[in-house]
Design a protein around this ligand. Sequence first.
Ligand code: NOJ
Length: 985
Amino acid sequence: MRLLQNLLSPASPGAGGLTVLLLLLDLITPAATVKHENFKTCSQSGFCRRNRAFADDAIAAGDKWSSPYEVKEDTIALQNGVLTAEILKTVPGLQEKVVLPLTIKFHKTGAVRVTIDELKRQKGEIELKGQSKARKERYHETERWALVPDWDIRDEKVVYDNRKGQITLKFGPESKYKAIVTANPFSVKFERDGETHIVFNDRGLMNVEHWRPQPPAPEEGKEKSPEDLDGGWDETFGGNTDTKPRGPEAIALDITFPGYEHVYGIPSHATSLSLKTTKGGDGAYSEPYRLYNADVFEYIVDSPMTLYGSIPFMQAHRKGSSVGVLWLNAAETWVDVVKEKPKKILPIGGKSEDTKTHWISESGLLDVWVFLGPDPATLYTSYGALTGYTKMPPSFAIAYHQCRWNYVSQEDVKDVNKKFDKHDIPYDVIWLDIEYTDGKRYFTFDPLTFPDPMSMMKNADKTERKVVLIIDPHIKNTENYDIVDELKSKDLAVKDKDGNIYEGWCWPGSSHWVDAFNPAAFEWWNSLFTFDRFKGTTKNTFIWNDMNEPSVFNGPETTMPKDNIHFDNWEHRDVHNLNGMTFMNATHQALEARQDSKGRTQRSFVLTRAFFAGAQRLGAMWTGDNEAKWEHLQAAFPMLLSQGVAGFPFSGADVGGFFGNPSKELLTRWYQSGIWYPFFRAHAHIDAKRREPYIAGDPYTRIIREAVRLRYALLPAWYTAFHRASQDGMPILRPNFVVHPDDEEGFALDDQAYLGDTGILVKPVVSEGVETVDIHLGDNEVYYDYWTYKIYQGKGLKNYPAPLDQMPVLMRGGHIIPRRDRHRRSSGLMKYDPFTLVVVLNDKGNAEGHLYHDDGESFDYQKGHYIHRKFTFDSATKSLSSTDLHQDPPTAEAYNKVVKSLLVEKILIVGVSKAIKASVLAKSKNKATILEDGKYRKASMVYTPAQDNTFGDTLLIRNPKVRIANDWTVYLDKKDAGGAVKDEL
Ligand code: NOJ
């Protein structure tokens, strides 16, 4: 195997080679399941163990417990929308109190930020253990990477009142929010419209581990000092010792959501959308949710175990309200979730339980943002105003991606390309995994297997297809490799605790890691992707960043030692969860900076495995190394819904399952599910059998083809949903609770979802041998089967036939769905295709929908080169009209010319008799009347009555030829079209 040859090549340093070889074999050979023993449990992680024990003691003490934190009232000040004060921590046996500076900042959107630092560390008045060069402060730069540059827009109209140890701050729109700070013991209550929604330190579990010198080891027979925290100065796990030069420095806080039974978010975990409790009991976990980006290959499902990426954003939801918190900390973090019957009277709409959470991070500031909703949409908008909205991707990126580890040669790539065309299955992107490189040297191609990458790129381009290449952050430590030479000579790599270049093991064997926290490394990385430098790449080459947690095969928990040092002397411990995102950011900027010979740039596409809050601004993520098993297919939907809730909706899971070989049925069902993933890519492990969709044979290939074609037909709807996400943070794939925020029965639903604003409701089949599914309808609106127009109506569960060749898809009345129905080989070839509008009438005979469209590749849309239409079907005038939603500036003239030829070829009205009687349609002599550019014309209509009243009837308007970019109205009844029509027609 080439992989092994590379490892054994003379360029690979010998020391440790065998151990790493074994480690590698371990990684590439599918094991029975994840190796649990490689990853810590809370009790194996010193700071988690300490803080959970602290919480257990506090809870056990009940009313006798008092939190040792108090606001020093004479330090309180409010200026320019920021409250500052000092919190004093009382430490038993210590005279002097620990000073913890507090700030509460109010953002113009109504979000509030509470930070707690530590004076001694702020001033650098602490001693480090040993020779460490680590910074002495608590890490305070998470905002630099996670938040948008202009995040600090203050609400300066905060009204402040300090009475008897209670400081009340009124803020937000119409000052209807309140933060009530109780001085002793310190707690903060957040109110909206007079009700409490979020409380900090409600249970007194707040804990800021202050700096202290390491106490000497206790004399024999004596007890150790209470300041000698267990695991505080060093910790060994799996043979690796973390030296912890700053000693214990964890921070923890309990956050209560009174009256909220459901919490969502904090991805990535292979768990349900509505988070389970973590302190034992029926169906509950016994471990907290862990957020510590790690290469957890072959992860198990239904687990709070950490995975590859972390977004510490949590949403609490109940009927009538949605609120959220962002725990802005990039160090290792654990979150306990419990639900309890409340002691107090519940707010209106509150169910029978409070959700109580406990957040614990190893280092850094205590830094929490609060968002008071009041509904999911507003919550996502205010969260996105801070961390940014989804990047508007190039349009190919939302089509179908074909990947495997590996397409082994240029010939292989060509062959796959040909076979897709032969079998009439559209695809947009072919992916090359690590084997394309010359011995795992990124930015090179294997000269034997990929001798002429340019011709490969050109071949793909003939059908508007793209090629994605993998580039990982580990750089091979070898001779005669310019990239590693530059990395070393420019001093841009991560250092070990002693300040030497860090060396670890990954795919290439001995490797070094790019330190993307270093601005100079960023600049250098950017220079590596220009078409001149990265030979063999062209405009249609894009990038996949894998292993950026970072994955280090011989590192603790398969990652980097926490005492490694990054730019500016920050410890890896502080920035671990940001690491993958900074690397992805460098790649994203590099791609956006690439210029063709005419100096033109284009939108980037980067796929990342590791991520943090804010990564949505840069590209897409996927859920890593899943397995070809039904339970992994089941796990994917909830995981992707959770990504959407946490503001990073451009997400997917390996279709078919990475490890193992799916049965033909599983593969087919996975495609039927995968076409609803915002990022839709099939992928397979190097040991897995080939499984490109044409291999299975009919009926499977035929069914998969139909599924992929549906994705392609709906690309205009997907692109419109991406556009909305890029504007206001609304998820692309929406769980029931987002669409029906008051439907309590549906709050935990995570196996069905809606596509954007289209009203399309899908419930993929994710179990073997299933012939029907139960779909939950969240309201009493009429729903139609996508294929047969059968009516489903009435809130609650509806049984839907789902044999292998039928995907459960419904259309909710009241929506208009834009489609493109012509079959092409790639989305690029659909550029000039006409549109179809599917108008699905609601019970009142009305419907509304949107279309966003631009060139799908350049940045011209930022200059107004796009169209944004609103379609409205009005039962009063029995007409469909298209109006402009374009915001300032209006559609650029140049772009108007480009889209001028884009027409609507079909309008299909489902449930048409909700708006107009069949007899009236007959009177119009089966012609629709069209008004466009001030002129009237006709188009033929075909009315298809329903077979009985359990189906919707349809009206097809053939070739109306209205321009997609234009204002127009299509009248079903000539009478409604106004006076002039008589003269003209
Ligand atoms: C791990 C990734 O998760 C997987 O998708 C990829 O194929 C392998 N690395 C090899 O690059």
